[in-house]
Design a protein around this ligand. Sequence first.
Ligand code: CP3
Length: 349
Amino acid sequence: MTANPSTPAESALVRAARREPVPHTPVWFMRQAGRSLPEYKRVREGIAMLDSCMRPELVAEITMQPVRRHGVDAAIFFSDIVVPLKAVGIDLDIVAGVGPVVAEPVRTRADLDRIPELTPERVPFITEAVRILVAELGPTPLIGFAGAPFTLASYLVEGGPSKNHEHTKALMHGDPELWNDLCERLAQISGTFLRVQAEAGASVVQLFDSWVGALQREDYTRFVLPHSKAALAAVADLDVPRIHFGVGTGELLTLMGSAGAEVVGVDYRVDLRDAIERLGPQYAVQGNLDPALLFAPWPVLAERIEQIVRAGRSATGHIFNLGHGVLPTTDPEVLTRVVEHVHEVSRRG
Ligand code: CP3
């Protein structure tokens, strides 16, 4: 254990993910890149979201911004879960304030047949951006990521963001074979996207199954687990710890761990101590400050941070994070203060 790591493998984040002793609790924030930072808004001016994801120098700059500003223990690669879908030729866009919108929803066998597999040649801009970043980050680890098959399927089947996932669930239950084939294709795409980032030098990967909390355990086990397992298995041989996260997934935590993750991300609706108890010692945990609490008075926030750091001590590994992404109107100075506080409190022992 060293307080001054010289490589990402020795960093607090990678060590916590591997359930090794750490000098302090590592901290990063989902959606730390972009969103609330004025320097992000400046460099993005006049450039569409998906275009910005395909410009390696810009991706590297945006990824570095929160690392420089907040002193977080990891960078999260600036991209989006729909970038690999765009890269295989699906006609979609990211609409500001809305999210991903798909021109023609995928609901039939013919729609699926039009989606090719992802090959690394389709995403050279990802490899290039990761390489620039790894050189610039030095000992700070880079987290690569992808969307999990269910969450990607939800965007494709619904045609955009959805509250109830009704078309997705109708397809899943109404035509299980087509659902299965669609998710197999998406697992190949997600897995390849993770692998490209890991092979280019990302030290950790996170699979976002943001909307899978909409399912009960039985449906998760039958319709989702095999595909998330396949996506995570695509990097199993690379010695890169895998984080698996979803929102509203208190009931699904153990199943999400069994998909092949070393770290299970916990959303803010679950008491971290309960999550740790449910998961047992074979998993490290990540989480789980409510992002809305970043708007609360500092003493309240500080106390909640201390509670989470203390709860994290009962896990075999803990990475501090929010229980979902940074909200766009968050004051960036509060984020910096959270990082300092997590470090200070966890060093105090
Ligand atoms: O900081 C980071 O986390 C790195 C970059 C990142 C983005 N999207 C950039 C982005 C990551 C990891 C994502 C993942 C992502 N994208 C998820 C999983 C995480 C989660 O929040 O559950 C999901 C579900 C998406 C789909 C998506 N893309 C949504 C819901 C949105 C927000 C729409 C909006 O404007 O409110 C996007 C767009 C998006 N992705 C933005 C950014 C910075 C905003 C676009 C902009 O700045 O113009």
